[in-house]
Structure formats: C-alpha cells, structure tokens
Write a protein that binds this ligand. Structure first.
Ligand code: ADP
Ligand code: SF4
Ligand code: MG
Length: 414
C-alpha cells in the first residue's frame, strides 16, 4: 500500500542533479548575452487576469535508445498532452506524485527543454521552438526557482556574484549600480545586505533558497516557475519561504507556477490547482472548488493525505484517508484508457478501454474522469467495477486449475 504523500517523501537523488544541470543550461544559454540595448520585449504586458501563458497539447517524450546507432526503442512519455492557461497575477499550483512529469512541464514552459509536440505561447507569442537568441529577451521575463538550494547555487561564487549574474548576463545596469540593487534584493528576500560577500556554504538551506529567489527576481520577471521550492527545506522553514513567495507576489505583481508533490505546500498560495498524473492533467480548478468538491478520484486521494491543522478536522479526515494501491506505473508504458485505472477504486471497463477527456464539468472546473466524484456520472451505463470483473476472471482461472488437478489425480497422474 502506498499513500500519495508518503510515496514522494524523498525525491530521487537524480532530481537535484537535474536541477543543477537545468540551472547550468539556463546560464549557459545566456552566456553569450549581448548588451542591454539589444534586449527589448516585443509583446505587450498582460493585464491582471489576462492570459500570460497558454499551453496547448504539450508533450515531452524522452527517447530510449539502444546500441551504437542509438536506435530509438521506446519513449518515456514524461509529459503527454497538457492544455492549460496561466493568467497574469495568479498562482497556479501543480501537484502530483513523483515522476508524473511536473519538473519536465516546468522546464518546458521556461523553455529549458524543447517540446516534442504542442505549443507554448507567452503573451500571445509562440515560444515553443525559439532558439537561444530568440529566447534571450524572454529569459528576463520567465525565471525558474529550483528545488535544491544547495546544488543550484555555485559554491565558488559569493552571494553578490550569484545574485548579480542575471544583470551581467543580460547586460542590464540597474539604477544606482548593480551592488546597490543586489543589496536591495537581499533585503527584499529577508537577508542581510551586508552578507553580500559571503559564500553559499555560510548560509542555511532556507537562506540559500532566499538567495535563489533573489536571483530569480533580479530582472523583475513576469512569470516565475518554482519547482518544489521548499521540499528540500526543514518543515519549520518551509512556511517562511512559502510566505515570502506569497508576499513578493503581492508587492511585485508576479505570476507563479508553483510545483509541489503534495497539496500541503501549495494549498495556501495557489489560486488555481492543476493535478497531474502520469504526464496528464486530471483536474484543474480554483483552490476552493478543489477543497470543497474534488471530482477526480486521484485528487480526492491526494487531498485525503493532506494534514489538516485543526485536530478535529484531522481526525475526521483521518477516517476518510484514501490509501492508493500500488506505485505510479511507468511512463514508458502507461496504462490503457484512464492512466489511473490500475489504482482507482471506481474503475470500470470503460476506464480501462477509453481515455477520459479533460472536460469542463462546472464553470472553471475541468476533470478527466468517466465516473467523477461530486458530479453526475459521465458513463452511468458502465457499472461493473473492474476489480470485481477481474476478480471473477481470476476466480474462474483458479477454479479451472482445481478441476484439472482433480481430474489428473483421478487418473493417477501427479
Ligand atoms: N532527461 C530525461 N531523460 C529521460 N527521462 C526523463 C528525463 N527527465 C525526466 N525523465 C523521466 O520523466 C518522468 C517525469 O519526470 P519529472 O518531470 O522529473 O517528474 P516529477 O517532477 O513529477 O517528479 C520520470 O519517469 C523521469 O524518470
Ligand atoms: S476514469 Fe475511471 S479509472 Fe479513471 S479516475 Fe475516473 S473512475 Fe477512476
Ligand atoms: Mg520534480
């Protein structure tokens, strides 16, 4: 038995390596940046509530190759057809168990990865396949905060150099000079501006993540994608960093996509929440609708694992806690039909055979499920539970074997 919260308590070690690799990529892609004069935005600023980012049928399939000729033999379908918008000024929380494609999605929308399929539009402009030069102006507007504040900061550089790197890379000279601006940024994120010359190892995990946030905010981005921004931190520090992100959003008018493996991190800050499972969105709605009436069984399971501060509420939730069966299937070979059918207690034959489309079942509430919770059944004619149907087949098999064994024994064969 696996519960969705516990299943992801420890991120694979490879993830942090990937974070620093992505960070290196981001820096490398900017390494040849030219003067500030060359940096101009071509698009109009999105007003609050307007669509800042639009993602359509976005896919990332990592090829699995074999032999010296590197023949592709399979593909890891890390992200397999996402459709969503991010509106200016909002926080979109993206949640799902480890391996469901959240980081890949974050790297796609910040264009640290090239999509296999689909489009990413930022302020109405298609950025899906922009090269390094085309992306350079956008690197100012779209920033990423990584999970691991240890590997994402270069240990050989003092904090001043780390936070001022974006100015140098983009050739931007802030009013009053770079040092003054960096010190101001350090203060904004709650660090002592006098610590400008200190090295990352002299700071705690929470302080390092604040340095990462200061670096991400240096060029006044419009969109900040934060990939598990607090999951490497002590629980006692997590709330402080989450609150900092929340405060900065109000002060600076930022738009966030915050990725987390459990709902407890993003429940307070998200305006809308997207629930991902095996490369797909299964539910997307505003926070209140999700908490008051999640419609996808997987979302219900995730919610049931979230600790509730009120002890009475906790006890009540505890009784309803849904423990998911088994592990997340491999994205190399995802299950047929609804990808969640191998773990869903409501699965019927139609779930195994037909993929449920992501439909708007209520205003602003999209769900991909044949038999949603808190809503009328989309396939009421399909009533036989898969667990019952498959159990019957198993029982028939064992009955048949028992009869064969009895027949063999009757004729004296072992
Ligand atoms: N560069 C890569 N090459 C091959 N597979 C990858 C790569 N990056 C991620 N994956 C795979 O894609 C799936 C989704 O990974 P990821 O986006 O990191 O998920 P999450 O952030 O939700 O834990 C995983 O199965 C992971 O092993
Ligand atoms: S479509 Fe079927 S298997 Fe998938 S979540 Fe809904 S009820 Fe469960
Ligand atoms: Mg991840």
């Amino acid at each position: 038995m696996t519960n969705p919260e516990g299943a992801d308590a420890a991120e694979p070690a490879a993830d942090s390596t990937a974070d620093s690799a992505a960070q290196e990529d981001a820096v490398a892609s900017e390494a040849n940046a030219e003067s500030a004069a060359a940096v101009t935005m071509t698009s109009e600023d999105a007003a609050p509530g307007e669509i800042l980012l639009r993602v359509t049928d976005l896919k990332k399939h990592f090829p699995v190759t074999k032999g010296v000729l590197k023949r592709q033999v399979a593909a890891v379908k890390a992200v397999d057809g996402l459709d969503f918008d991010v509106r200016a000024g909002e926080t979109l929380g993206v949640v799902g168990e480890s391996g469901c494609g959240k980081s890949t999605m974050g790297r796609l929308i910040t264009r640290l990865l090239e999509p296999t399929h689909g489009t990413i539009e930022f302020e109405g402009r298609d950025i899906s396949h922009l090269g390094t030069a085309g992306m350079r102006p956008l690197r100012r507007d779209v920033q990423m905060i990584f999970q691991d504040p240890y590997s994402s900061l270069n240990p050989r550089h003092p904090v001043g150099a780390i936070v001022s790197a974006p100015f140098k890379l983009q050739g931007v000279r802030p009013e009053g000079g770079v040092k003054k601006e960096v010190q101001r940024l350090l203060e904004v994120v709650g660090l002592n501006p006098e610590h400008y010359n200190r090295y990352p190892h002299e700071f705690s995990g929470g302080q390092r993540q604040r340095i990462g946030i200061a670096r991400a905010l240096a060029l006044k981005p419009k969109l900040v994608v934060a990939d598990e921004p607090v999951s490497a931190l002590d629980v006692s520090i997590q709330a402080q960093v989450v609150n900092l992100l929340d405060d900065l959003q109000g002060e600076l008018g930022l738009t966030y996509v915050i990725i987390a493996h459990d709902l407890s991190v993003i429940r307070h800050v998200s305006d809308r929440i997207a629930v991902m499972y095996l490369g797909k969105l299964v539910e997307l709605t505003d926070r209140q609708s999700l908490y008051d009436g999640a419609m996808h069984p997987y979302s219900k399971a995730l919610l049931s694992a979230v600790p509730v501060p009120d002890p009475r509420g906790k006890a009540q939730r505890g009784e309803d806690r849904i423990l998911l069966q088994g592990d997340v299937p491999s994205p190399l070979n995802p299950p047929s039909g609804c990808r969640f059918h191998t773990r869903c207690w409501k699965a019927t034959r139609v779930c195994k055979n037909e993929e449920p489309p992501l439909l708007q079942l209520r205003t602003g509430h999209q769900v991909a499920c044949h038999h949603p919770e808190n809503h009328e059944d989309q396939r009421p004619e399909d009533t036989e539970l898969l667990s019952v149907a498959e159990k019957t087949a198993d029982e028939l098999d064992s009955e048949r074997s028992a009869i064969e064994q009895r027949d063999r024994e009757a004729v004296g064969k072992p």
